[in-house]
Design a protein around this ligand. Sequence first.
Ligand code: DLL
Length: 433
Amino acid sequence: MIWNQPKECMSAEDKRRMQGERLRKLVERVYHSVPFYRRKMQEMDVMPRDIRSIDDIVRLPFTTKQDMRDNYPYDLFAVPMSEIVRLHASSGTTGKPTVVGYTRYDLSVWSEMTARCLSAFGADRNDIVSVGYGYGLFTGGLGLHYGVEHLGGTVIPMSSGNTAKHIQLMHDFGATALACTPSYALYLADALRDCGMPRDEFRLKIGIFGAEPWTENMRREIEAKLGIDAYNIYGLSEVMGPGVSYECECKNGSHIGDDHFYPEIVSPDTLEPLPYGEQGELVFTTLTKEGIPLLRYRTKDLCSLDDTPCECGRTAVRMSRIVGRSDDMLIIRGVNLFPSQIESVILEMEEFEPHYLLVVDRVNNLDTLEVQVEVRDGFYSDEINRMMELRKKIAARLQSVLGLAADIRLVEPGTIARSEGKAKRVIDKRTLN
Ligand code: DLL
């Protein structure tokens, strides 16, 4: 079912007019309330009055994660803190996270967007949705949560972890839909098979999967193993959270909520806009956001856009699956991390050389992260206890910075291969096929 027919099926002409009006108001707003944007626009010699239609968007400055870091925590907010009712955060490239603030209106748009997704996946007020995304600073849990309530369905706020309990409650509470990362869905499918409760005692029929890249093969495997219909949901905290785009029953790309988030594809090298159909970096302008509106935010996600008609009747532009990133961000068990975050922990500790290697793999459908790090001469020892202490120390520090457990392998000084050019810090053995 189409949740918001007038918005999701708007004619191209009406959509562009609406986007243009929203952009004009947005630029006016950020120019007067966010010094960062005023400065950037002045440097580029662009005034709010120069923005007359959506086509003028190319005259506006880009925003990056680094800009959010430089303005940590609140300097990109466009309203006083008294208007902000919720904060979320995601990983920054080093120490500080990226902070986003939502006004009441922003939260209402978010619920509307996630209700659109759920409706496109075939869910309605009769559905019981088990949300297995993490609740907390991560946007996955609470984002889906309010969408289910807005739809009128029933939400089970499971959060992540504790697979046995999750399966038991899905069984007992009659969950009809499951929201989690696609890799966790595969893990859960195996656990469900082995749990001793027959599949026909479960009412599961819909899967709501995103927060990390996945493939058509993974979809087939999940659908076959869990006996459900699996849908892709995309989003990022800087722009809102889950619900920026979603598949419809045609499963032929994800419709972007382009009445709220204006998408562009640019060349990651030249930043020149690319035509629909070409692959490049996805950029979003948040047309209606109040708390932290962003002009041309560079997601670093690589994909292509498609505005050809979709059989479902929605006219919203579709994006392809994410095929990669233009930076070195890794997503491990749904948690985003940058090698530089690990590097900064290692540099802080006198016991280690600044040489490390991250080995990422997927074992039984769960991502694993091994951090190999060289112990400095003078700290390296044959005594097992001393090495265990050291391992525990860095493991605890990494866990608190990354929010993720890593296996630590301490190695002797000089063990990790030195490179003459750019050091190879990551070996990602996961092959998504
Ligand atoms: O992952 C929001 C989300 C939660 C989306 C639950 C879907 C479901 P962040 O933690 O800010 O937000 O991470 C955003 O995750 O830039 C992509 O690289 C990646 N990502 C998110 N959804 C997908 C997807 C949430 N469906 C980053 N396919 C994004 C591929 C995805 N990558």
